[in-house]
Design a protein around this ligand. Structure first.
Ligand code: MN
Length: 233
């Protein structure tokens, strides 16, 4: 096939213990999936079904990379999250079958322009400018299910410059990985290469240039991001 210019390289994530990389197809994110975080965002967690937003595949950033402070914001937030990597396609997936679609798990950081997100929320506008900007989807190496099994519990922690900001347990997800996959697959057909950021626990806060942000999840290692100086889009 001919293209009028060279197509961009496929976005991808490292796979632990494997030289080949995981090609990223789409990035889905779950909103407000830990009760304490829903409360800190001013919402009642008990009454809300899970909802999703997306980021472009090429927003992906790997471990140890610098992310320039993004444009248009003065309240740039971290959100430490468990990421599920999908390895098998499916739609209308039953809970009992959901985990068979998981390729592996990774540590993630759903970087957020909180001021833009909240303004959009309050005006009933899309979240894209708050969530789906360049280099907003930080994801560490994917650990294959065949190597580590499934992640249903274990600490999830985030520190900025060594100071603990988030400290929770993956078992406290309102909607489990199983339920997220099942519910997502009723809206869209999931495909190999899809990533699902499963939501962040309480304690979200701001980053500034020079910060070093580290997310850790039990069994998945750590994910480091350095915040660089502000750059134009
Ligand atoms: Mn999030």
């Amino acid at each position: 096939m001919n293209f009028v210019f060279p197509p961009p390289a496929t976005a991808s994530v490292a796979v632990a213990g494997e030289p080949a990389r995981f090609p990223v197809r789409r990035i889905f994110c779950v909103g407000r999936n830990y009760a304490a975080h829903a409360r800190e965002m001013g919402k009642d967690p008990e009454r809300e079904a899970p909802f999703f937003f997306t980021k472009p595949a090429d927003a992906i950033v790997g471990d140890g990379e610098t992310v320039a402070y993004p444009p248009l914001t003065s309240n740039f937030h971290f959100e430490g999250e468990l990421v599920v990597a999908i390895g098998k396609a499916g739609s209308d997936i039953a809970n009992d079958d959901a985990l068979a679609h998981v390729y592996g798990y990774a540590v993630g950081n759903d970087l957020t322009r909180r001021d833009l997100q909240l303004e959009a929320r309050d005006k009933g506008r899309p979240w894209d400018w708050g969530k789906a900007f360049d280099r907003s989807a930080v994801c560490g190496p994917i650990h294959r299910v065949g190597e580590i099994g499934h992640i249903g519990k274990g600490f999830i922690r985030l520190a900025v410059n060594g100071e603990r900001k988030q400290d929770a347990d993956v078992a406290d997800l309102i909607w489990s990985v199983t339920e997220i996959i099942s519910i997502l697959s009723r809206s869209v057909r999931i495909e190999p290469g899809d990533l699902v950021f499963t939501g962040t626990p309480a304690g979200v806060g701001a980053l500034v240039p020079g910060d070093v942000c580290v997310v850790e999840i039990e069994g998945l290692g750590s994910l480091t991001t350095i915040i660089g100086v502000r750059k134009p889009a």
